[in-house]
Ligand binder design. Structure first.
Ligand code: UDP
Ligand code: GLC
Length: 436
């Protein structure tokens, strides 16, 4: 038998975070031999199903233990019954699969237990930097312990792999595979559908939402002078979920020192109460600094591309090390000059002064200077953007990344004792040797 093994991907959320969008690419590619199990229903489930990926979403209160990345021991005690029920439900679904693949921290812990009960191999995909800025001590310990039983580990960057090892993580099969991107999607030469977005500067900023999808000339009272004004006012964009460590506040503070700039913050608080509080504080800070008319909160957008096309500069200011940072690569592919914080994977993605700019995390002054430099020398900014696009195209094209990723999974599968893939190779080798 030479059938490829069947895989069950396990992910803790139904929301659309970067880890989920990354997994979606692989699941769609392997949809003939995989299913995805989510601890919660949501837009991720709908995305997978609309792409014909068999998907199971666990419904109901037992769906997810209320343990967050920085939770302590007490949270674990109270979450234990939910954890057990989750293990039972995942085990039931996992029985019919050859290989399990955990894509998020809670999924790693649950999958490790399920895999040991069912005696099945599992892989871990690390999308997070396991350090004190992202996880409590007990969570770091649990994750590293659970990952020890995995047959292989995929890290989304060298920074993530290093942090895992520094936290005590060990694996003889650890591979760095970056996220992949559908490069040509970002290369469209279509006219900017969001030209109208710029009009928002001269109007209440909510105009931006109303303008979605409408060509610039169709905007009601768009006088020529208004168009010119709006076209001439630089727009900076920040993309990604709203959470304290992504540092949206740094951009807002920088904006207070850059009077001739407008900004759009695309994304929403997706996961925790802390995220929702941070968003509230962010809005309040914007108002307190008198910037409400210059910052638009666009919320979560199913497609950020039109917004990416509309902005002049993309800023990414995580204050804790970024494990990968899909939005950085997406901005580069869209041909925009990017400024990112010098910590974690951005150091691998961007060559400072060549394919983008890197600034000290949390340093508002440095961010202000970097934005000013790009605005003062537009042709240099364009050079950085062009070089950034070339570099991202070469390194992160989905086909290349998928080949590496699936190659690693296949290699692990073949190395497993009693693997059907191994048997098929043995059979092929024997028939060659005997000249059959
Ligand atoms: N994203 C989106 N809509 C939004 C904001 C972000 O679709 O409103 C996408 C974005 O295009 C990117 C992903 O969400 O692919 C965020 O991934 P990233 O790795 O940058 O950050 P994460 O939130 O996973 O830490
Ligand atoms: C996580 C990380 C992000 C990364 C994404 C995909 O959500 O926070 O940095 O880009 O996973 O690997």
């Amino acid at each position: 038998m030479n059938a490829a093994q069947t895989i069950l991907f396990v992910d803790q959320t139904g929301e659309l975070g970067g880890a989920e969008l990354c997994l979606a690419d692989l699941a769609v590619h392997l949809r003939q031999r995989c299913s995805v199990l989510l601890f919660q229903p949501g837009p991720f489930e709908r995305l997978l199903k609309s792409n014909e990926v068999p998907t199971i979403a666990l419904a109901g209160a037992a769906g997810n233990p209320k343990v967050e990345k920085n939770s302590g021991f007490a949270a674990y005690l109270s979450a234990f019954p939910v954890f057990v029920s989750l293990v039972v439900r995942v085990a039931k679904a996992a029985r019919q699969f050859d290989l399990l693949y955990a894509n998020t921290p809670k999924a790693v812990v649950v999958t490790a237990v399920v895999a040991s009960i069912l005696r099945k191999p599992f892989l871990v995909h690390l999308h997070d930097i396991i350090d004190a800025s992202h996880f409590s001590r007990i969570n770091r310990w649990l994750l590293v312990l659970a990952a020890r039983f995995a047959s292989g580990i995929i890290a989304n960057s060298a920074a993530t792999a290093e942090a895992f090892q520094k936290a005590g993580g060990k694996s003889k099969n650890l591979k760095v595979v970056p996220n992949g991107f559908c490069v040509h999607r970002f290369r469209s030469d279509q006219p900017d559908p969001f030209d109208a977005l710029r009009l928002a500067q001269g109007r209440p900023f909510d105009a931006l939402r109303l303008a979605q999808g409408r060509p610039f000339d169709a905007w009601p009272d768009s006088s020529t002078s208004m168009k010119r004004l709006v076209r001439e006012t630089p727009l900076v964009g920040m993309f990604g979920r709203i959470t304290p460590w992504k540092g949206q506040k740094i951009l807002v503070q920088a904006l207070a020192k850059l009077p001739n700039l407008i900004a759009v913050i695309v994304g929403d608080a997706l996961f925790t109460e802390e995220d929702r509080r941070y968003k509230q504080e962010l809005v309040e800070l914007t108002e307190r600094l008198g910037l409400a008319g210059r910052v638009q909160f666009a919320g979560f957008q199913p497609d950020i591309l039109p917004f990416l096309r509309a902005v002049d500069i993309v800023v990414h200011c995580s204050v804790s090390p970024e494990p990968f940072g899909r939005v950085i690569v997406e901005a580069m592919l869209a041909g925009k000059p990017v400024i990112a914080a010098r910590s974690g994977a951005p150091l691998e993605i961007i060559q400072h002064g060549i394919t983008g700019l890197l600034v000290t995390p949390g340093d508002t002054e440095e961010l202000v200077r970097a934005i000013e430099q790009l605005l003062d020398d537009r042709s240099w900014a364009e050079t950085l953007a062009t070089q950034g696009r070339e570099s991202a195209t070469q390194r992160y094209a989905l086909e290349t990344v998928l080949a590496e990723w699936v190659g690693f999974i296949d290699q692990i599968e073949r190395s497993l004792p009693g693997s059907r893939r191994q048997m098929s190779c043995d059979w092929a080798a024997k028939s060659t040797a005997t000249g059959a």
